[in-house]
Ligand binder design. Structure first.
Ligand code: HEM
Ligand SMILES: *[C@@H]1O[C@H](CO)[C@@H](O)[C@H](O)[C@H]1NC(C)=O
Ligand SMILES: *[C@@H]1O[C@H](CO)[C@@H](O)[C@H](O)[C@H]1NC(C)=O
Ligand SMILES: *[C@@H]1O[C@H](CO)[C@@H](O)[C@H](O)[C@H]1NC(C)=O
Length: 331
C-alpha cells in the first residue's frame, strides 16, 4: 500500500475544497459547451489575447465589466445592452462609473470569434463569454488560472433604474460593502478577496478627491491615508483636474495581478475609502493581513470568490433568458 498516503492527501485536499466551495448554481458546470462548441475556451482566449496586445486596458476593463454585470440582476450579460430611446440600460446609469469601452469591445471581439465558427454560431451566451474573458484577463495579468463554470443565459432586461444601490461606491465603508455583497450571497471574506481586483486598473480623481485635499486649506484630510502617498496623489490630481485623468489603484505593480493591493493597504496606500477601510476597520483587518502575507492564499480566495460571484442570479431556464445574437441588443 505504498500509494495510500498520497490517496489520503488527495482525499483530504478534495474534501477541504468542496467544503469551501458552495454547491454550483442550478445547471452551471464546467465544459458546458463540450458538445456544441468544444473549442469555445480557446476561441475566446485567442480573441482576448489579440485584444490585449492592442491595449492593456483590456484587462482591467473586462474584469470590472464582469463585476458590474454580476452586481446588477446577476451575471446575465445585462450590462452589455445598449440603451434605446425607450429603454435606458444598465450601462448608462451614472454608476456604470465610466467602465472602459475596451471592456465592452473585448466581449464583442470574443463573441465574433466564437460565432465565426459554424457550429458555435449563436450557441454561446454573452454572459458566459464575459466570464471566460474575465478568467483570461486575470491570467494574462499574471494572476491565477482557473476553470470556469458555464451555462448562463443572457437576461431579458437591463434598466438603469435596476442599478440603484446595487453597485458599491468608492466612498462605501465596511457595513455598506458587506450589505451590498451580502445581498448577493457573498461573505465579507469574498468581498475582501474580490476587492483584490484593484491590484489592476485605474480610478478617476473625483472618486478619491475628498480624501487627499481639504479645499479650505489644501492639506491632506484623510488621516487613514499615508501622507507621502496623499502628497503624490495631490500632484497627480490638481484641483483644476482634467476629468479624464486617472490614477493606478496599485502604484507599486500596476500591470501585475498580485497581492500588492493588500500590502499597500497596510501602508495606508489604498486609493478609495472602500479600499482603505478594509484595513482600517478592525473587523476586516485580519483578512487583509493574511492576504498581504500570503500571495497563494489571496489568489486562491480570489478564484473561489470569483466562482461564487459568477453564480449570482444566473438564469438557466429558457423562460428567463436566451442566447443573444448581438450582445448589446435583445433578440
Ligand atoms: C468592493 C467594492 C468595490 C468598489 C467600491 C469599487 C469601486 C471602484 C471604483 C470607484 C473604480 C474606479 C472607476 C473609475 O473612476 O473609472 C473601480 C475600478 C475598478 N474596479 Fe472596482 N469596486 C469594487 C469592487 C470591484 C470588484 C469586485 C471587481 C472585480 C472583481 C472590481 C474591479 C475593478 C477594476 C479592474 C477597476 C479598474 C477599471 C479600469 O481601470 O478600467 N472592483 N472600482
Ligand atoms: C455611462 O453612462 C453615461 C451616462 O450616465 C454615458 O454617457 C456613458 O456613455 C456610459 N458609459 C459606457 C461605457 O457606456
Ligand atoms: C479643512 O481646513 C479648515 C481650515 O483649516 C478646517 O477648519 C476644517 O476643519 C478642515 N476640514 C477637514 C475635513 O479637515
Ligand atoms: C507610507 O508609504 C511609504 C512609501 O511606500 C512607506 O515607506 C511608509 O512606511 C508608509 N508609511 C506608513 C505609516 O505606513
Amino acid at each position: 500500500m505504498a500509494n495510500s498516503p498520497r490517496i489520503v492527501l488527495l482525499l483530504l485536499g478534495l474534501s477541504s475544497f468542496s467544503f469551501l466551495l458552495p454547491r454550483a448554481a442550478a445547471q452551471l458546470r464546467r465544459n458546458y459547451y463540450a458538445d456544441v462548441c468544444p473549442d469555445v475556451e480557446q476561441l475566446v482566449r485567442a480573441a482576448i489575447t489579440a485584444k490585449f496586445k492592442e491595449t492593456f486596458v483590456t484587462i482591467p476593463g473586462t474584469l470590472r465589466l464582469f463585476a458590474h454585470d454580476c452586481f446588477v440582476e446577476g451575471c446575465d450579460g445585462s450590462i452589455l445592452i445598449t440603451s434605446t430611446s425607450e429603454n435606458k440600460a444598465e450601462r448608462d446609469h451614472p454608476d456604470n462609473l465610466s467602465i472602459a469601452g475596451d471592456g465592452f469591445d473585448t466581449v464583442v471581439r470574443a463573441k465574433a470569434a466564437v460565432d465565426a465558427v459554424a457550429r458555435c454560431n449563436n450557441k454561446v451566451s454573452c454572459a458566459d463569454i464575459l466570464v471566460m474573458a474575465t478568467r483570461d484577463v486575470v491570467q494574462l495579468a499574471g494572476g491565477p488560472s482557473y476553470e470556469v463554470e458555464l451555462g448562463r443565459l443572457d437576461g431579458l432586461s437591463s434598466t438603469a433604474a435596476s442599478v440603484d444601490g446595487k453597485v458599491p461606491k468608492g466612498s462605501s465603508k465596511l457595513d455598506e460593502l458587506n450589505s451590498i455583497f451580502g445581498n448577493l450571497g457573498l461573505s465579507q471574506e469574498d468581498m475582501i478577496a474580490l476587492s483584490g481586483a484593484h491590484t489592476l486598473g485605474f480610478s478617476h480623481c473625483d472618486n478619491f478627491a475628498n480624501r487627499i485635499r481639504n479645499f479650505s486649506n489644501n492639506t491632506p484630510v484623510d488621516p487613514t491615508m499615508n501622507q507621502t502617498y496623499a502628497a503624490q496623489l495631490q500632484t497627480m490630481c490638481p484641483t483644476n483636474v482634467d476629468p479624464a485623468m486617472v490614477v493606478a489603484f496599485d502604484p507599486v505593480t500596476q500591470m501585475q495581478f498580485d497581492n500588492q493591493y493588500y500590502i499597500n493597504l497596510q501602508k495606508g496606500m489604498g486609493l478609495l475609502t472602500s479600499d482603505q477601510i478594509l484595513y482600517t476597520d478592525i473587523r476586516s483587518r485580519p483578512t487583509v493581513d493574511s492576504y498581504a502575507a500570503n500571495p497563494q492564499l489571496s489568489a486562491q480566495r480570489f478564484v473561489l470568490a470569483m466562482t461564487r460571484m459568477g453564480r449570482v442570479g444566473v438564469k438557466t431556464n429558457p423562460a428567463q433568458g436566451n442566447i443573444r445574437l448581438d450582445c448589446s441588443v435583445f433578440n
